[in-house]
Design a protein around this ligand. Structure first.
Ligand code: PRP
Length: 177
């Protein structure tokens, strides 16, 4: 399997620092509650959390798993909460974190789901944004990088549940490339 680097470790580190600076500024004095969407977000989220610490932010943390249902290989576009958070987010400043914003279905679903639980506010943060794939008008509040419609792996993102451990983002190449 061949792949080439799209975003280097150094570029990631620089951009994530900038993003966290913004989040820390906006969440100043708020009761911050971070929700990561499994599995892809775990690497980005762990960098983000440790940088929030540098800015003296001490968020609560939980994870969700969102699954699309329906049979067959083609996604039905319908989603369900497979794993929910276990704490109360009422009056919290909630930040939902994901690795990639693609069609926009996952984050739109998660935001609407948590909106019903009366948080003080809900923001969304994605490491990568692929605007070309969007099927709705969803926009994330914090975006690491906007990328073209290519299949990416690494920094938490997978191909068949592999390559999540790469410390950089790579593009899968055709065997011919
Ligand atoms: C990916 C990614 C996002 C979602 C984005 O998850 O982690 O959660 O798809 O796609 P969308 O904007 O089209 O909804 P995936 O289903 O690959 O699961 P994983 O995170 O466990 O790899």
């Amino acid at each position: 399997m061949k792949f080439e680097t799209l975003i280097s470790e150094k570029e990631i580190a620089t951009r994530v620092k900038e993003l966290v600076k913004e989040i820390a500024k906006d969440s100043k004095g708020k009761d911050l509650f971070v929700i990561g969407i499994l599995k892809g977000s775990f690497v980005f989220l762990s960098d983000l959390l440790r940088l929030l610490y540098v800015h003296e932010r001490h968020p609560s943390l939980d994870f969700i798993t969102v699954e699309s249902y329906g049979s067959g290989k083609v996604s039905s576009g319908k989603l369900k909460m497979l794993r929910d958070i276990t704490s109360d987010i009422e009056n919290k400043w909630v930040l939902i974190v994901d690795d990639i914003l693609d069609t926009g279905r996952t984050l739109a679903f998660a935001k609407e789901y948590f909106q019903k639980k009366n948080p003080a506010s809900i923001k969304t943060c994605v490491f990568l944004d692929k605007p070309d794939k969007r099927v709705n008008n969803f926009k994330a509040d914090y975006v690491g990088f906007e990328i073209p419609d290519k299949f990416v792996i690494g920094y938490g993102m997978d191909y068949d549940n592999l390559f999540r451990e790469l410390p950089y983002v790579a593009v899968l190449l055709d065997e011919k490339e």
